[in-house]
Write a new protein. Sequence first.
Length: 194
Amino acid sequence: MLGVNDAALEFSPVHVPLEEFKQNMIEMILHVRDPSSKSYSPETKIVLITPLPVCEPMWEDNCLKRKTRMDRGESFTKKYVDATLEIGKALGVPVVNVFDGIKKEIKISKSKLLSEKSTTDTRWLGYNEFFLDGLHLNSKGNDILAKLLFESIDKNFPELQPKKMELFIPSAAEVIKFQHIQNLAQRNSLKSKL
């Protein structure tokens, strides 16, 4: 995810101001796309991935355990999400909006949880199903990210679908056949020496 650390709050040493973030992202894309660039690579496919949502209470607990200051906020991160979407649109680069994708799944999860039990504090309900610590995805969250990324690749770069890609390594069956041939050759070599 481009910009996950950049979207830290202003006091954080890893924070990158929004305008600088935008410029950096544009430069990285043009670095590959511009024919005058030393790194020009017309065959390279680019997909942007937005920053993730932030479960502030979970991340705050994590920060307290590490004795660090709470340095992320979901509404602040959303500015970086919007910037990523704008840049993708302006430069014709597909964007995986994992922020909205995870939020959609959280909403579904929240709905199920609310039907099972009543609670008054629902703002952050459901986030723990997708995050390890409020900032980093757990396996369920990563499954959503992977699904969204594969959908984007299928839609924007169908030639990169696994079923359409050439296999560059031998299959297991070919390796076994080769090993069998080698074993036979070794046995025949040993027999001829006897």
